[in-house]
Design a protein around this ligand. Structure first.
Ligand code: AMP
Length: 489
């Protein structure tokens, strides 16, 4: 059954904003969640970004907060009433932008705070008073500690992408933040999966929640054509370029499991002449927002990214998704390929399985999506003479490279280094900053005699010694690019 927004009797300013956005019918999560939130009950929602989840919680929250609306300039008249917590800066930014649009015809104020950028402008906004505060947990704690944010009048809290917040290690931060909130409040928890940890979190902080589930969480859209190719690590990049060419793919996400692999792949694809950008946790906030904007504007063809960086980003109509690495968690496969084939459009998902652990990871995916996966060979158009010992390339994933868990975009408080401060006391065991991924390749002498000038951002990278080169080895390789090793996550 389709449900129109007009059935909701939304207040005029909200209805006007929704109409302006062009929404007519509610998405399934909206149809189910909005009436429940309007009635003031807690919600435990299984829904991913892309389902209209943001409007599903923001519209009813805004509606319920309209009674506090006022045009006063006094900050005291605009205390934080609703708090929305998200795991990453991009998601926080995205959700905050949507909330601003929904609230534009009201006098309710909103702002967003996340780590990795200067606190001062955020502080100024907070001091002016805001009713809706969107935040990542670490930075919010900074503001609480600095007394920029007072949460004793919060009536609504949304824990969005809760499973990812726990994956990143935000549980102690969340517990601490929740301890500052009034007991009497409405709590909404959204998560792609209801793992035992999520259920425990819900058990502790939600009161008789209404469970709302849209679409089976582990479903892959039937509109996505899925292929798994058996290809060696060395041949993955060639395979990717060939498929892009053969299929005439205009834009794609390329997922890799580590920050180091992400940076390196992006640079080598760029060198191959593809318009590429990288999105991972070691990039500065500014670089990441620029990468995203460039991709959205169609100025970049391939967005090479890690799971944490790309989770939930609202980028529509991506024709293809590549799993350059098979994800460590089968659920991430579902999230990754959910970036394509949205809203009934057809999409292509290509995954490269090489040796090692990949067979097991593919079997996990098979089990999760309940579909038989056939591994196909890649037939290269211009098969080069084989048998070269080393053509200057190497395995992408090497011992010591970190996986997704290190790609922490807004790091749990204990791990943060942006402000150079350690954790404030409470809330759980301290995390030790993970060591920078070590790449044994860099301990070995480089096998090329030729070196190209390093771009400025790599200028600090150490140069590698060189040694003799086999006639079989192509020497064109930017050494410095390889030294952009990930800093501690
Ligand atoms: P979300 O899952 O909240 O990130 O939303 C995904 C996208 O769907 C966003 O670009 C929203 O603007 C859009 N959207 C949300 N609700 C609706 C709706 N009822 N009709 C059409 N588009 C919507």
């Amino acid at each position: 059954m389709t449900m129109s927004f007009s059935n909701l009797s939304l207040a005029e300013p909200l209805a006007r904003a929704v109409a302006e956005m062009g929404y007519e019918t509610m998405t399934p999560i909206q149809a189910q969640a909005i009436p429940v939130v309007l009635s003031g009950q807690d919600v435990m929602g299984a829904a991913q970004t892309g389902t209209g989840k943001t409007a599903a919680f923001s519209l009813p929250l805004l509606q319920r907060m309209l009674k506090h609306e006022n045009a006063s300039t006094s900050p005291a008249r605009h205390p934080v009433r609703a708090l929305v917590l998200l795991p990453t800066r991009e998601l926080a930014d995205q959700v905050a932008q949507q909330i601003k649009l929904y609230a534009k015809y009201t006098n309710l104020r909103s702002t967003v705070v996340f780590g990795g950028i200067d606190m001062k402008p955020q502080t100024l906004e907070l001091k002016k008073g805001v009713e809706v505060l969107v935040a990542t947990p670490g930075r919010l704690l900074d503001h609480i500690e600095a007394k920029n944010a007072v949460l004793n009048q919060v009536e609504y809290v949304v824990l969005d992408e809760a499973d990812r917040m726990l994956d990143i290690g935000f549980l102690p931060d969340l517990q601490r933040i929740l301890s500052y909130l009034p007991k009497q409040r409405t709590t909404l928890l959204f998560s792609a999966t209801f793992s035992p940890e999520i259920k425990r979190l819900a058990g502790s902080y939600l009161q008789n929640p209404v469970t709302i589930e849209v679409a089976r969480p582990n479903e892959t859209a039937s509109t996505v054509e899925q292929h798994f190719y058996s290809v060696s690590d060395d041949d993955k990049r060639r395979a990717l370029k060939q498929i892009v060419r053969q299929r005439g793919i205009t834009q794609a996400f390329v997922f890799v499991n580590s920050k180091l692999g992400c940076a390196r792949l992006a640079r080598s694809l760029e060198r191959d002449g593809l318009r590429t950008s990288a999105l991972h946790g070691d990039k500065s906030q500014d670089e990441r927002l620029k990468s995203l904007a460039a991709f959205k504007a169609g100025e970049v063809d391939l967005l090479v990214c890690t799971d944490v960086a790309a989770r939930g980003l609202d980028i529509k109509d991506v024709p293809a998704v590549f799993n350059f690495d098979i994800p460590f968690n089968a659920e991430d496969y579902v999230h990754r390929i959910g970036r394509t084939g949205r809203a009934g459009a057809s999409g292509l998902a290509v995954s490269f399985a090489s040796g090692g652990n990949d067979a097991r990871l593919v079997a996990d995916i098979e089990k999760l999506i309940k579909k038989k996966i056939e591994l196909e060979p890649v037939e290269f158009e211009e098969d080069r003479p084989r048998g070269r010992i080393n053509d200057g390339r190497r395995h992408w994933r090497e011992e010591g490279e970190a996986g997704d868990a290190r790609d922490v975009l807004d790091q749990p408080r204990e791990r943060r280094d942006s402000d150079g401060r350690r954790s404030m006391s409470g809330g759980g065991r301290p995390h030790r900053a993970p060591a920078a991924p070590r790449d044994p390749f860099f301990d070995k002498p480089y096998e090329s005699g030729e070196r190209e000038a390093a771009p400025a951002w790599e200028a600090s990278a150490k140069a590698a010694p060189t040694r003799g080169i086999s006639s079989n080895i192509k020497s064109k390789r930017k050494v410095a690019a390889l030294f952009k090793a990930a800093e501690p996550g």
